[in-house]
Design a protein around this ligand. Structure first.
Ligand code: 13P
Ligand code: SF4
Length: 335
């Protein structure tokens, strides 16, 4: 094994990513393009990634779009510019492919909030219930799940289940509460939240709206109910993006991770997008996990084909059905 590779593996063990020097004069976008061709690799990026990464990606999308792409790509290598659960989902859908994540520590507070060993006990209390899990959960949690959902298809997934069947919904209590309201179903909720979406300030948003009376206020369903109650529109990242394209308003206050604003500005350059303020003075509505990925890490990850996301075979075998059921229901619903 060559020395450089050994060094690279050690760096990952320490930090979760390759913390190697990158020549600052390199044109990283050009290098990454070249590596894509050489390795027949595809870069899938979530809307919350930094703008430069979005611009180099082959596909940019929400969690549903990203899993649909991961299931159907004929690339040999999937490079996931997103967080760990997304790369795991890609691995489950395409186990024969190499799946890379620029930083293995790009996690998710929602996934972390639902440890499988605790969820297993919780589930035992409701033996007749089905489990619907938001895709923002670990691969192991998916082995305890009947059907996954994303914020784009959650309503359709819940409505696909017979009305007399009890449902446990995990791990996001805010999306769960929104679904209870939207579908009228009595869901048993796991008590997890997204650290980014629970930080918006009702008071500051109200003041901002007074200063921008014509602006539409749009929010992701991971936000708390008191924020969603104020919204003109609630939707997944792709739903929010579509709304800003199709709505005649010229100003939008956006309550989700501000990475999405890059695509909103590209699609509607004449419109103004204002990130909804958090309840403190820092930029806490940026997802610290999503933002762990950088162009340097992306370049190194493609060059050395590390870090790789792997899963035990039993996790793939027992977990993938929950994702495939979600993809089937979504396809039937035209999503
Ligand atoms: P969507 O892009 O599917 O709406 O999900 C948002 C999110 O928080 C992803 O981590
Ligand atoms: Fe997880 Fe929230 Fe970050 Fe999405 S925005 S990856 S749900 S912590």
């Amino acid at each position: 094994m060559n020395q450089e590779f050994v060094q690279a593996e050690r760096a990952i063990d320490r930090n979760g990513f390759l913390d190697m020097e990158v020549d600052p004069t390199l044109d990283l976008a050009a290098e990454i393009e070249q590596l894509k061709k050489e390795k027949n690799a595809i870069i899938l990026a979530h809307y919350y990634q930094e703008s430069e990464i979005q611009d180099i990606a082959d596909y940019i999308g929400d969690s549903l779009g990203l899993s649909q792409q991961a299931a159907q790509t004929d690339a040999d290598m999937i490079v996931f510019a997103g967080v760990h659960f997304m790369a795991e989902t890609a691995k489950m859908l395409s186990p024969e492919k190499k799946v890379l994540l620029p930083d293995l520590k790009a996690g998710c507070s929602l996934a972390d909030s639902c440890p499988p060993h605790l969820f297993r006990k919780f589930k035992e209390k409701y033996p007749d219930h089905m489990v619907v899990s938001y895709i923002n959960c670990t691969a192991e949690l998916k082995t305890l799940t009947d059907i996954c959902c994303t914020s784009t298809n959650a309503v359709q997934i819940i409505e696909s289940i017979p009305e007399d069947k009890g449902i446990i919904f995990a791990p996001d209590r805010n999306l769960g509460a929104y679904l209870v309201k939207k579908t009228g179903r009595d869901l048993v909720l796991w008590n997890g939240t997204c650290m980014v979406h629970e930080i918006f300030s009702n008071e500051k948003i109200t003041k901002l709206r007074m200063r921008h009376p014509e602006a539409k206020f749009i929010a992701h369903p991971e936000c708390e109910a008191h924020i969603l109650d104020m919204a003109d529109y609630i939707g997944s990242t792709s739903g929010l993006l579509r709304y800003t394209r199709e709505n005649d308003a010229q100003e939008f206050i956006v309550a989700t991770e501000p990475g999405i604003i890059h695509q909103m500005e590209k699609a509607s350059p004449e419109k103004t997008f204002i990130p909804a303020p958090p309840n403190n003075t820092c930029a806490c509505n940026e997802c610290p996990h999503m933002k762990r990925n950088t162009m340097e890490k992306l370049y190194l990850c493609m060059k050395y084909e590390l870090p790789e996301v792997t899963l035990p075979q039993w996790v793939i075998d027992q977990g993938v059905a929950s994702i495939n059921r979600m993809l089937d229901i979504s396809a039937k619903a035209g999503l």
